[in-house]
Design a protein around this ligand. Structure first.
Ligand code: NIG
Ligand code: FE
Length: 423
């Protein structure tokens, strides 16, 4: 049994209330046992069994405590980087031009096909270790840089290796199949053939082997049309996979509307979503995922989060970590950008990187809020409240991360909370 005491402000982020309702407590404590939260509330209400001998005590030092952050949209496993494209874009080339010339997604596909599973596993471990220090405890991870049977399955097996076995990572890793990220060069003149491979072979196989819980599609000019995406998502639904979409990122393409039609968990990007799309998503309960790092790196317009909030849709925030449009896994930075660029109030950005992100990724039963019965995933933030945290961006404001009840990160130095020797 462990208790984290002396919490200045506990933002539980439990469900209910408006987008800025964090269900916060001052002077709080959180207790957990066997990796699961048993109590969260005012310190004076802490049950007797969490006081006294045999209880490991930790001290939050009067700081802000939030649920372990959930990054609900990443392309975690990929080979290589694309720094040269970053420079080309700075010099004026557009993302689409670079893609048409064989760069972009297809460039990472080439490097990923060459990467061995072991190498990819080690890279992912490195990324996750750095995300952990920022307070991230759940990471959704997409395939999509293989685009052939062998490499797509290799990427999903990399995620399985991270989740299972004796050297599994502490994070909750949620795998998504993104075979419909681009049409690979082998099928350039046979799009229908690639779609058949996805719907008739890969989606059934991925579902049967339980290699992913969701299926994603990139709906965009130069990627997949609404009709093509519908066929992919119908196959996903038929095989019991959740549906997600990269929608309306570079142009208004009917992706938001399709997400609603398909009962998707989320539609992500949405910088160019139409009014009808926003409305349809809100009515269908589709989470709108804001990816402000991608719009920042592409120097495009931000998603307008308030359109979604005003219509009653839940808005999540994620990094979109990938080597092209968002080469950063810094979720707190994405949260600050969601405030300044997408006009998401800070409290809503926190709910968006915890509770709503968990729903987008399909893991809201286990993570995303500090509530009895959920996994003991917590981040201690060196700030008095969420507004101060996201306002004053620092390389890292997280001083302690607890993942599944274990301390997985603790900052050194004077900011280290007194942990009573516990680790
Ligand atoms: O989410 N939009 C499509 N996919 C990624 C970009 C992938 C890439 O450029 O490698 C995204 O932004
Ligand atoms: Fe993405």
């Amino acid at each position: 049994m462990t208790v984290l005491r002396n919490i200045g402000l506990l933002a539980t982020c439990r469900p209910g209330g408006g987008p800025e309702e964090l269900h916060s407590e001052r002077g709080a404590a959180v207790a957990w046992e066997d990796g699961e939260i048993a109590f969260a509330g005012p310190e004076e209400d802490l049950p007797g069994r969490f006081r006294g001998d045999g209880v490991r005590e930790m001290d939050a030092g009067g700081r802000l405590v939030v649920p372990g952050l959930v990054d609900c949209h990443t392309h975690l496993a990929f080979g290589g980087w694309r720094a040269e494209e970053f420079e080309d874009r700075v010099r004026g080339a557009s993302y689409r031009e670079i893609a048409r010339e064989g760069g972009g997604i297809l460039s990472t596909v080439r490097s990923t096909r060459e990467a061995a599973g072991d190498e990819l596993v080690e890279r992912c471990r490195g990324f996750l270790a750095r995300m952990r220090r920022l307070g991230v405890t759940t990471v959704e991870a997409k395939s999509g840089y293989g685009l052939d049977r062998e490499t797509e399955l290799r990427l999903l097996r990399v995620y399985r290796r991270l989740r299972e076995g004796p050297d599994a990572v502490p994070e909750t890793v949620v795998p998504t199949f993104l075979g419909a990220h681009a049409v690979p060069p082998e099928f350039e003149t046979d799009r229908a053939g690639y779609l058949d491979l996805l719907t008739d072979e890969l989606i059934p196989e991925v579902a049967r082997r339980r290699l992913a819980t969701a299926c994603d599609v990139f709906v965009e000019e130069g990627a997949f049309s609404v009709a093509e995406a519908r066929a992919v998502l119908e196959a996903a639904r038929e095989h019991g996979l959740d549906r997600r979409l990269h929608a309306d990122q570079l142009s208004a393409g009917g992706g938001a509307e399709l997400a609603a039609e398909m009962g998707a968990r989320s539609a992500d990007h949405l910088e160019h979503a139409s009014d009808a799309g926003v409305e349809a998503m809100a009515d269908a309960g589709v989470v709108a995922v804001d990816l402000p790092l991608a719009s920042l790196y592409l120097d495009g317009p931000p998603m307008d989060a308030r359109r979604f909030l005003e219509r009653g849709a839940d808005v999540a925030v994620a990094t979109d970590f990938n080597p092209g449009t968002a080469p950063s896994y810094h979720l707190p930075l994405a949260m600050t950008l969601a405030c300044t660029r997408s006009r998401l109030p800070p409290a809503a950005a926190l709910k968006g990187a915890t509770l709503h992100a968990a729903r987008a990724a399909g893991v809201e039963q286990r993570v995303g809020s500090v509530e009895p019965g959920k996994r003991a995933d917590l981040a201690v933030i060196d700030a008095p409240d969420p507004v101060s945290w996201l306002y004053h961006h620092r390389p890292n404001a997280c001083v302690l991360t607890v993942t599944g009840g274990r301390v997985t990160w603790r900052a050194d130095g004077e900011r280290t909370p007194a942990t009573g020797g516990a680790r």
